[in-house]
Design a protein around this ligand. Structure first.
Ligand SMILES: *[C@@H]1O[C@H](CO)[C@@H](O)[C@H](O)[C@H]1NC(C)=O
Ligand SMILES: *[C@@H]1O[C@H](CO)[C@@H](O)[C@H](O)[C@H]1NC(C)=O
Ligand SMILES: *[C@@H]1O[C@H](CO)[C@@H](O)[C@H](O)[C@H]1NC(C)=O
Ligand SMILES: *[C@@H]1O[C@H](CO)[C@@H](O)[C@H](O)[C@H]1NC(C)=O
Length: 475
């Protein structure tokens, strides 16, 4: 009797004194985000891209976009509401799937609305209504695109991020649901970001980095270049086609203090297409005359080709693929139409996925699914690039995301037989034999283990170990 009373008293005391805590959003690492844009969607009975073409098992979150801001709330059309409902039903296939709604703060119309949110009262109303709208549509969070933020909007967006995050915490405690997630999309140039990195880290659950459009026929019509190179290709550094890479971009965000696990790489599901001056010169950096004349079948945008358009044409239309092992990205050229296109394919996305795991980054987000080979026409699994990344993550993520990778029996039991990296650029590696026995093997003097080629190599000759991102310095 006395015991029961004691516990009852303790329980009621704790109810009185401890405020209900917010619970963090349930987000699976590494992320595999999937963009679905309302403008690309067709009716469910169409042959063209539609929501039922999305395989929810290949995504950990779906971003549905874009909503504008109208007055003090998000403007959602009737079809947006229906689409969000269908996205919600994808949880029947993948119960862990998160559904996010995207808003572009750099959009011209939204910019006007943002100006009005500079007033604290209007902002408070917007934040309150946003929570209501997200919950009403069964969404798990908001994605705010800030990569083309104007100078004028930056202050308002900074305040919004803070207040949204605070409201999300408050609402989670009150509703006893997981907190709504806040995802921030940033540009590839960390140095010119208009938002304070500390604010980004403090408010965002995920920071999606716009890691494509490094070179486009619109911005550099006279010379070809990679759309989304992992590494900077060798060549004259001052020459514009050779500057900029995902590795540099992530490094720049990181030295601003953004934790690696928050950083998510955007994989573009399309290529940039130029018209070559001469069919005989088709390397990255080759002379070009603006956009290619080759156009997409469904996504007909000058100078751009959807992945499904590229992969279908590789065998039939004289497009020849070349893999650039400096940039770790493919390009294809056609000497009749003089098309040159840089893009991502199964090989490059798998390499990117491994690079992310080795670096302990947060994962990927795909931009955007209507451009994928969603029919599986190119001889791969439908949505073969999403599948490729999911496979790499499934095979490696569990071990690589452990805090300490110790070469011991339990490590080998999880990995199977073979040689395995002990983190990025480590000077030893782990050898697991058939009996599940673990041997730590030291690389030769001056060399580190290369997780892509699975051999020891000079750190200086490995781009991932050139002393910038990793602690090892150039020898
Ligand atoms: C997908 O398949 C449908 C039905 O066969 C076809 O009409 C459509 O053109 C295909 N889309 C792509 C991008 O291959
Ligand atoms: C492919 O090249 C051949 C000649 O090499 C040409 O006859 C044919 O028209 C080309 N096909 C396309 C689709 O451009
Ligand atoms: C066109 O490309 C094909 C395949 O790469 C090659 O065999 C052929 O020699 C090229 N023709 C010209 C004119 O460059
Ligand atoms: C290499 O990996 C082992 C095992 O995780 C770790 O103890 C060691 O500190 C690492 N060495 C370097 C140089 O990172």
């Amino acid at each position: 009797m006395i015991k029961t009373g004691f516990f009852v008293m303790l329980f009621s005391l704790s109810c009185l004194t401890v405020p209900a805590a917010a619970t963090d959003p349930k987000l699976l690492l590494p992320h595999r985000g999937c963009y679905v844009l309302s403008a690309t969607l067709h009716d469910l009975d169409s042959d063209l891209f539609k929501l039922s073409d999305v395989n929810p098992a290949l995504c950990t979150y779906v971003v549905y976009g874009f909503s504008a801001i109208q007055g003090t709330q998000l403007s959602l059309t009737k079809s947006d509401e229906e689409n969000l409902m269908i996205c919600g039903m994808m949880r029947q296939v993948n119960p862990a799937l998160n559904i996010f709604l995207a808003v572009d703060a750099g959009d011209a119309g939204t910019e006007k609305a943002l100006a009005e949110l500079s007033e604290a009262k209007a902002r408070g109303e917007f934040v309150r209504l946003t929570v209501q709208q997200l919950r009403a549509h069964n969404a798990d969070g908001l994605v705010l695109h800030t990569e083309s933020l104007s100078y004028a909007s930056a202050n308002v967006v900074a305040l919004l991020l803070q207040e949204l995050r605070e409201k999300f915490v408050e609402e989670s405690a009150a509703s006893k649901q997981s907190r709504l997630a806040l995802v921030i999309n940033v540009g590839n140039a960390a140095k010119t970001s208009r938002l304070d990195p500390q604010l980004l880290t403090g408010t965002a659950d995920i920071i999606q980095v716009r890691s494509f459009d490094y070179h486009t026929p619109a911005s550099e019509p006279t010379v070809t270049g990679h759309n989304s190179p992992l590494y900077r290709p060798s060549g004259p550094a001052s020459n514009s086609p050779f500057t900029g890479s995902i590795e540099n971009t992530f490094h720049d965000w990181e030295i601003l203090g953004i934790p690696r696990q928050k950083l998510v790489l955007t994989i573009p599901l399309y290529g940039q297409a130029w018209r070559l001056i001469s069919p005989l010169r088709y390397d990255p950096g080759a002379p070009a005359v603006g956009e290619a004349s080759m156009r997409g079948r469904y996504w007909d945008v000058a100078g751009k080709l959807a992945f499904h358009d590229i992969c279908e044409r590789l065998p039939s239309e004289n497009l020849t693929r070349v893999f650039d092992s400096d940039a770790m990205a493919p390009y294809a050229h056609d000497n009749i139409s003089r098309t040159w296109v840089s893009y991502d394919d199964l090989e490059s996305v798998r390499i990117k996925a491994r690079w992310l795991l080795e670096g302990n980054y947060g994962g990927v987000v795909f931009w955007e699914l209507s451009l994928e080979d969603f029919n599986g026409t190119c001889g791969m699994h439908p949505m073969g690039l999403l599948k490729g990344v999911a496979d790499v993550f499934a095979a490696n993520a569990k071990v690589l995301f452990e805090d300490k990778r110790m070469c011991d029996q339990s490590f080998c039991l999880k990995r199977g037989v073979g040689v395995f990296a002990l983190g990025a650029c480590n000077d030893s590696y782990c050898n697991c034999d058939h009996g599940g026995k673990a041997f730590t093997v030291a690389c030769g003097p001056g060399t580190v283990f290369d997780s892509l080629t699975l051999v020891c190599n000079y750190a200086a000759s490995m781009k991932a170990c050139d002393g910038t991102i990793n602690s090892k310095k150039k020898i």
